[in-house]
Ligand binder design. Structure first.
Ligand code: TYM
Length: 350
């Protein structure tokens, strides 16, 4: 362990509560993103904690993105945030590439994270698939950039879906190693916030697979851009089994598709899965699915309508992202500048 030797460096003892989270503009926003992330991001904003939310465009290009589609998806994701209830005056909403502190700290963290840690990342293995030799170096380094996204804000809490848990553990490991190596209590040890009934929304075609924007089958997911007819049709055709719904949640143990639909119902209606099962005990899917479709349409249609209204004015969305980036920069710049001091980089430009 070594000391930094810099008198400019201060040791923050406590960190003010701050939430950071991000969504990749690598396609449209799904019901999984909405229930596992967006809806909860808005709830956090309304709890009065400082909230910083980011369309992580630099993460998206770890796999090929057509530039026009990337721009479109970034704006559409921002529109989804606002349509879901995010207030850009209260929360900070921006796109990652406009704040260079992310990439700068990402590099430092590439030098903190160990290859052994990165080799354990299951999402890299899933995304790289069988041909890992052809995956980009960025895809491999991605979790270090994600740690930088969070720690550039000294964020203390990160709301995410279940699939990001391992990346947040890595973020904690990076913060601990940085603090240890430089002998300074500089980065907070973040808390993953994985809560609610829908931390892992599953595919509508296969209850053992996560609902994902990259699934080749559009029938596997509900997109926030789907109209009422498409939502109802996808739920009607969702894979289920032949049994009626049980009396208690325990009865759904080996019925992943049924369990998924119960979780979706619970998350959309702000009830617990137990309460939903109790309400529909003994019901057939012929009864439950139309009720779920009505609920989904009632909750999602206003968001879809508002998103398409917002998308008619892309310049306004860009303005909101730019303003958010200015506010984000004001937090992240001094934090990352101090990292340069701590790591021994000379900063003598005026
Ligand atoms: P991404 O873009 O894949 O997903 C965005 C958020 O949606 C959640 N999510 C789900 N939740 C429940 N069920 C699902 N089927 C489902 N699919 C996605 C994700 O858990 C996530 O919370 N690496 C991140 C983006 C990121 C980030 C960050 C997140 C980059 N930097 C810093 C938090 C903090 C990702 O690829 O999310």
């Amino acid at each position: 362990m070594s000391s930094t030797g810099s008198s400019a460096v201060q040791t923050p003892k406590t960190f003010q509560p701050r939430i950071f989270s991000g969504i990749q503009p690598s396609g449209g926003i799904t019901l999984g993103n909405y229930l596992g992330a967006l809806k909860r991001f808005v709830e956090k904003q309304n709890e009065g904690i400082e909230t910083v939310y980011c369309m992580v465009d630099m993460h998206a290009i770890t796999v090929w993105q057509d530039p026009e589609k990337l721009r479109y998806a970034t704006r559409e994701g921002a529109a989804a945030f606002i349509a879901a209830g995010l207030d850009p005056a209260r929360s900070i909403l921006f796109n990652q590439s406009q704040v260079s502190a992310h990439a700068e700290l990402g590099w430092i963290f590439n030098c903190v994270a160990r290859l052994g840690w990165m080799n354990r990342m299951t999402q890299f293995k899933d995304k790289a698939g069988k041909n890992a030799e052809a995956a980009s170096l960025g895809l491999y380094a991605y979790p270090a950039l994600m740690a930088a996204d969070i720690l550039a804000y000294h964020a203390t809490m990160v709301p995410v879906g279940e699939d990001q848990k391992q990346h947040l553990e890595l973020t904690r490991d990076i913060a601990i190693k940085f603090n240890h190596d430089y002998g300074i209590d500089y980065f907070p040890i973040v808390e993953p916030v994985i809560e609610g009934a829908a931390t892992r929304v599953m595919s509508l075609r296969d209850g053992t697979k996560k609902m994902s924007k990259s699934d080749p089958s559009d029938q596997s997911r509900i997109n926030l851009t789907d109209d009422a007819d498409a939502i109802a049709a996808k739920i009607r055709k969702a894979k289920t089994d032949a049994e009626p719904l049980p009396e208690t949640l325990a009865g759904l143990k080996d019925r992943p598709e049924a369990r998924n639909l119960i979780n979706i119902f619970a998350a959309l209606s702000d009830k617990t899965p137990d309460a939903v099962v109790a309400e529909y005990a003994g019901a057939q899917f012929g009864t439950f699915k139309p009720a779920l479709a009505d609920l989904a349409v009632a909750k999602l249609s206003p968001i879809t309508t508002e998103m398409s209204r917002l998308m008619k004015d892309p310049a306004e969305i860009d303005r909101i992202l730019g303003q958010g980036a200015d506010r984000a920069e004001a937090i992240a710049r001094p934090i990352v500048d101090q990292v340069y001091d701590i790591t021994g980089m000379i900063r003598s430009r005026r």
